[in-house]
Design a protein around this ligand. Structure first.
Ligand SMILES: [Zn+2]
Length: 135
C-alpha cells in the first residue's frame, strides 16, 4: 500500500491526479505524491512569502516545468510543514523575518529526490521496498 500522504481538507498544496485534485500537508508531500502514485502530476501552490502562485509539473521522475522558474522548497527542522518560495531571494527575505525557524532551502530537484525517499519515518514497507529485508 502506498503511504497515505493525502489529507481530506483543502490545503495550500494541491496536486492534480488522474482522478482529480488531492491535497497534501506540505510541499515535500506534494512532490512525494509523484512517487507514491506513480502518476505524472501538476502541483498548484502558493509562495509562503508573497502568496504568489506556484505551479510545478512533475513527469517521469523529473521536474518538467516550474513557475516561477527559481522555486525553492524550505524544509524546517521543526515539525512545521515544508513550503514553497518563488526564489532563493524571497526565501532570504522571509528568513530575515522568521529567524527562529531553522532548516534548509532546497531546489525542486533536490526536494523531489528527498520526496522519493520518504518524508516520514521508514517502516516495514520501506525496508521491504529497499530490497534489504531480512530473510
Ligand atoms: Zn513569492
Amino acid at each position: 500500500m502506498p503511504r497515505d500522504i493525502f489529507v481530506k481538507t483543502p490545503t495550500d498544496w494541491s496536486v492534480s491526479l488522474e482522478d482529480g485534485p488531492h491535497y497534501t500537508a506540505s510541499a515535500l508531500d506534494a512532490l512525494a505524491a509523484h512517487w507514491v502514485t506513480g502518476q505524472d502530476l501538476v502541483i498548484y501552490s502558493i509562495c509562503a512569502h508573497c502568496r504568489g502562485t506556484v505551479e510545478i509539473s512533475v513527469k517521469l521522475g523529473r521536474i518538467r516545468f516550474a513557475h516561477p522558474a527559481g522555486v525553492r522548497v524550505y524544509v524546517p527542522e521543526s515539525r512545521e510543514p515544508s513550503r514553497f518560495f518563488c526564489s532563493s531571494e524571497e526565501f532570504a527575505l522571509w528568513r530575515r523575518l522568521h529567524q527562529q525557524s531553522s532548516g534548509v532551502a532546497l531546489t525542486l530537484e533536490e526536494a523531489l529526490e528527498l520526496g522519493q525517499h520518504g518524508t516520514d519515518p521508514p517502516g516495514d514497507e520501506a525496508a521491504r521496498e529497499s530490497g534489504h529485508g531480512k530473510a
